[in-house]
Structures are given as C-alpha cells and as structure tokens.
Design a protein around this ligand. Sequence first.
Ligand code: VTB
Length: 338
Amino acid sequence: MPGQAIKSRPNKSGNSASGEQYLPEHLAFEMARVVEEAAIAAARTMGQGDRPGSDHAAVQAMRRAFEDVPIAGNIVIGEGERDEAPMLFIGEEVGRGGFEVDIAVDPVEGTNLVANGLPNSIAVMAISERGGLLHAPDSYMKKLAVGPKAAPYVHIDAPVRENLEAVANALEKPLGDVCVVILDRPRHADLIKEVRDAGARIKLISDGDVDACIATAIETTGIHVAMGTGGAPEGVLAAAAIKCLGGNFMGRLEPRNKEEADRAIAMGFGNLDRVLSIDDLVKSDSVIFCATGITDGDLVRGVRFFGNHARTHSILVHANGTVRFIESVHRLGARPSR
Ligand code: VTB
C-alpha cells in the first residue's frame, strides 16, 4: 500500500560487513583520477561514430591511471572475461599495491552516446572491501531505482502504479509531477504504457541507465524513478552509488537465452527469479563510487577542452555519506595517459 514501508531500508551501519572501518576517504580522490582520465580519453572520440574506438581509448587511459593508485585491486566487473578483453578483464589485478579492494568498472557507460555525441555518458567505477560487490553475470537485469525518501516504499514486484503512487506520496508530489526514466526499447512497451496510464511523466533515454538510476538519488536532477531492463553488471555499479546515497535499488536477473541462464547458474545464482536487494548487489557498507561525465548529463557535465587543457566534472560518493561534485582542470600532456 502506498505510504507504507514494504522493504526495509539499506543497512546504514557505520562499519563495513567485515567490521572494518570505511575505506579511507582519500581513496575516493585516487579513484576520481582514474575515471577522469578515462572520460578525457573517451571525450576526444566524441561523435566519431566509433564505439569500439571510444571504449578502447577509455580502457587504455583507465588501465594506465590505475598503475599509480595505492590499491591491490581485483576487477570483479570489467570489460569481460580474460579471454575476451585485453585489459580490465575480470580477475585482473590493478593498482600499485595497498588497500585490498574489489573493483567494478565501466570505462564508457553509454558507448553509443559517446559515438553519437549524445548526453549522459560517464566513465564509472565502484570499489569496496574484498567480497563486497556481486559478481554479476553479463546478462540483463530488471531494475527499479529510487532516491532516499521513497526508498522504503517501493518493491520491484509491486504493480507499477502502486510504486509510482508510493513515490509520489513519499516525495509529497502529485503523481503527475513524478518523472520516470526508462530505456527506449521495444521490450519496455508495456512498462511505458503502465507508467503513462498511471499519469506519471516519462523521460525515454536511448542508452545509459547507470546515470539515470543514480540520478534518482540526487534531488536536483528532477528524476525520481528508474525502471526497466538493462545490463546486470551496470546494475551493481548503480547500486553501489545508490547504497551510499541512501536510496533503494532492486534487481532481478533476466537472462536473454539458455546460455546466459546456464552461465548465471554456474556463477552460483541458484534461483534466477530471486529478487536482488541493494545489499545482495553491494554486500559491503565500505564502498566508494565515482563517475566522470564524458558528455553532458543529468548527474555531471561532460569534458570540455580549451587551450591545452581539459575540464572534467565528477561525482564522488563515499559510504560515510559524503557526496562531492568535483570540477578539475587537467593540463593535457602532463601525464603519460594523455
Ligand atoms: C544498454 C545501455 C545501458 O544496458 O541499453 C544496455 O545503454 C543493454 O540494453 O546503459 P540493450 O541491449 O537493449 O542496448 C546498459 O548498458 C546498462 O544497463
């Protein structure tokens, strides 16, 4: 029923799952440098219509930037399996040694967006203590994301109208003011109709649901709900940010074929129909999330080049509840990765 908590809030205890303190805050800045480098490299390829080229540029820049970072990082979500990705593959060790962390990366979330110069592409990464991030299979995931106020009142299995009414109540808005982001895909025809019938507003996006999901948890974006099916690994990235921001994210794997289903089962997903809560996706409370805009977006602005410099805009979210928006100016050529 709208207005009643049907899902408990994410665990907001001060310590990590293992009882350790949060990852130190300065690591957030180290991670920011890595996504900034990826964003600058990808932004240089904007509009070239070359998706692999944009991805490759960002991957190379990110891989090089990792070499200076004081972590012993293990990629758990990356560019693919070892035999299909030369860099940032799952299981790759990155960093120059130090804090033992698991890493989820997407050097370009929204390669189509960069290739076409469209909004909302980001270079993105989450880190946690070891074992803190779900090893999501490369499959689809049904997703539901909302910000902190609506967090306790929605459920992925509730009817669409009920969830939207609950969000409207929690935000003290008329339902007609609630804005839902949905990937513009034929598979979402029924969902789009249900949202329209409920009377909420819709923002259809061509790509980039990580940005959209996180935007639900940042009040100034004007985005209140993200719904629909996108990539499962990207679901973990979005969940990491939303957990730190106090919102809610729920998912359910939706394998596209038997091969994907078998692979998910082989990875230990016994019951594929299981609802994945934000704490299933991000087990640890010791998480850092950061993203840099490649093209302008709802969360952050894209890279701007001027003279011999690039200006980047990033969001850094630390599990201790600090959110930073950082604008940086980088002299091009000052680092080997540029
Ligand atoms: C894309 C992309 C999303 O999921 O839509 C992809 O834009 C999967 O959907 O940001 P399609 O196969 O229909 O393109 C994401 O990568 C992430 O969830």
